[in-house]
Unconditional design. Structure first.
Ligand code: URA
Length: 233
């Protein structure tokens, strides 16, 4: 069986779509193989492309804050992206992020599938629409999946997924109240994902104060999530 390191090396030479031509490098996932939870973002941004690590730029800082508020140690999860090369367009001196298209998402699905196959998380948190599209196809809408635990599969990987917003959506909030609300929603979804794992598999302790945050953030959401967790335990 291919190891995580072999996959990462192979992905470093990927030419499955044209994005490799303008990117500095492949940004593969990072974290513990065997982690119960994997977080899947969209694609590396400008900083990630330069540094070669996922979620180390502005969106990464939001994600770190949300994980921190959710009481989750980033070292306990696996962090990756649906697309492994930075897609960008030039605006003056800046490189501006461009959404990957369906062909690029499908081409890179090869790596996500292989990655989930070796990391074998029990639950995947889909951060935003592109991650959702990589898992469920182009009809995926964040609003229809946000905060819900659902069964899913990708290649040989089978498990639970929880949809939520992309961390950069917090930065795009219209005002500080909107940004705070988006952040609270992201935190609640992360807490809920963690709780699914702990109630279904007994792996983790979730502080009761954090459960309170999730219940306040989304009335009714935890009941639904716990029902799925119990059904799959
Ligand atoms: N946005 C993402 O989706 N992933 C990253 O790694 C950085 C920004």
């Amino acid at each position: 069986m291919t190891s995580w390191q072999e996959l990462r090396d192979e992905a470093g030479r990927c030419t499955r779509c044209d994005l490799y031509r303008r990117a500095t490098q492949t940004v593969f996932g990072e974290g513990r193989t065997g982690a119960s939870i994997a977080l899947v973002g969209e694609q590396p941004g400008d900083q990630e492309d330069k540094q070669g690590h996922p979620f180390v730029g502005p969106a990464g800082r939001i994600l770190d804050r949300a994980l921190d508020e959710a009481g989750i140690d980033r070292a306990d999860v696996y962090v990756t992206n649906a697309v492994k090369h930075f897609k960008w367009t030039e605006r003056g001196k800046r490189r501006i992020h461009q959404r990957p298209n369906g062909t690029e998402i499908r081409a890179c699905g090869f790596w996500l599938e292989a990655e989930l196959g070796v990391v074998r998380p029990r639950l995947v948190v889909l951060l935003g629409a592109v991650a959702g599209e990589a898992m469920f196809g182009s009809r995926y809408r964040v609003g229809e999946h946000k905060g819900k635990a659902e069964e899913a599969s990708l290649g040989s990987w089978q498990g639970l997924v929880v949809g939520t917003i992309h961390p950069s959506a917090v930065l795009r909030g219209p005002d500080s109240e909107g940004r705070d609300r988006a952040m609270a929603g992201l935190v609640a979804d992360l807490v809920a994902a963690w709780d699914v794992i702990s109630s279904a598999f007994g792996d983790h302790d979730v502080p009761s104060t954090l459960l309170g945050v999730a219940v306040l953030g989304y009335p009714g959401q935890l009941v639904e999530i716990e029902a799925v967790a119990l059904a799959s335990s």
